[in-house]
Design a protein around this ligand. Structure first.
Ligand code: HEM
Length: 299
């Protein structure tokens, strides 16, 4: 094979790099514009009936979910309880393998009533992080758990990867702690509970895990993932228990989001921001607001 002149290769790489960045930025801008349109539509359109959030003809319509079967040896599962639950019900392939990004987008949209814009954005982000093409690529659920790619330290339902390499299973100690943390009516979960519990988890991880790391994007993902518990699940502890302990969708359950276009990024990000900005662990003790500071005061 004849070697190409360095200048030709460098030029081709620069053009290719620039064009993919431009395309990816254009896609993000397009998805954000679409999302804003859907958010405005949701403001005026009537809500869906609470027992008919899942569209007719889709698994889970009127709360009739396909049979739950716990994962078998060799099945692929992720750090995300909601995606695992879909595979456990056969809404995604039960073995959790060879799922196209586009299939993931469609099924998440129908199952949990996130807006289509949100689903495309998240799955496109995941495809990019895994160096795959959103339109043609596939994933196994465990691919989502690549550490510090999409999965991160200090989460609410999994021990850090440094302590537990298989992120496909929940850590019951953490889940039970979260389930006992609700201060809303009937012990339901509130955004303030999430901020408090994430604070606790992040400081615990920082203390115990010598490999702890968390960048700004991961912080926001961590708050976003957790915020699904107070939006899609409405903070209802009984439903959250079933989802987090068994990774099962409760019988008769429907998303608490009743907007016809689903939960948009614009709306969801307000909750995620509320949760993230309420996390005291990120503040130095000198501010007097962190749990560390409170502990020192009480000593
Ligand atoms: C479709 C795309 C989705 C992707 C790629 C995704 C990805 C993830 C990842 C990587 C985590 C693990 C965080 C960690 O432990 O390090 C996670 C956790 C989580 N996800 Fe998802 N997820 C998706 C959809 C959803 C949906 C639709 C829901 C809810 C209806 C949801 C709810 C959660 C919850 C509650 C957690 C646990 C948060 C924690 O442990 O701190 N996810 N997700």
């Amino acid at each position: 094979m004849s070697e190409k002149p360095w200048v030709v290769v460098a030029l081709a790489r620069t053009v290719y790099g620039l064009s993919t960045s431009v395309l990816s930025t254009a896609m993000s801008v397009g998805v954000f514009a679409w999302d804003s349109g859907l958010a405005i539509y949701n403001l005026f359109a009537p809500n869906l009936p609470a027992n008919e959030v899942v569209p007719k003809g889709c698994p889970g319509h009127r709360g009739a979910w396909p049979q739950y079967i716990a994962p078998r040896e060799g099945d692929s599962r992720s750090a995300c309880p909601a995606l695992n639950a879909m595979a456990n019900h056969g809404i995604l392939p039960r073995d959790g393998r060879n799922i196209t990004f586009r299939e993931l987008t469609a099924r998440v949209r129908e199952t949990y009533n996130f807006s289509p814009s949100f689903c495309v954005f998240v799955d496109n982000y995941a495809a990019n992080m895994l160096c795959r093409d959103y339109w043609t690529g596939k994933l196994d659920l465990s691919d989502i758990s690549v550490h510090n790619c999409i999965e991160y330290d200090g989460s609410l339902t999994r021990e850090d990867t440094a302590f537990q390499s298989d992120q496909g299973k929940p850590t019951m100690r953490l889940v039970e702690e979260l389930l006992a943390s609700g201060t809303g009516p009937n012990g339901d979960l509130t955004p303030a509970d999430l901020s408090r519990m994430i604070s606790k988890r992040r400081s615990e991880s920082k203390r115990k895990n010598g490999q702890y790391s968390l960048n700004t994007i991961q912080r926001f993902f961590s708050s976003s993932n957790a915020s699904t518990l107070v939006t899609i699940f409405g903070g209802k502890m009984q439903d959250i228990r079933t989802m987090l302990v068994e990774e099962r969708i409760p019988d008769g359950w429907q998303s608490r989001v009743l907007h016809p276009m689903g939960l948009t990024m614009s709306q969801f990000n307000l909750t995620a921001l509320h949760v993230e900005l309420g996390i005291t662990e990120e503040l130095p003790a000198s501010f007097g607001l962190s749990d560390q500071a409170a502990q020192k005061k009480n000593m």
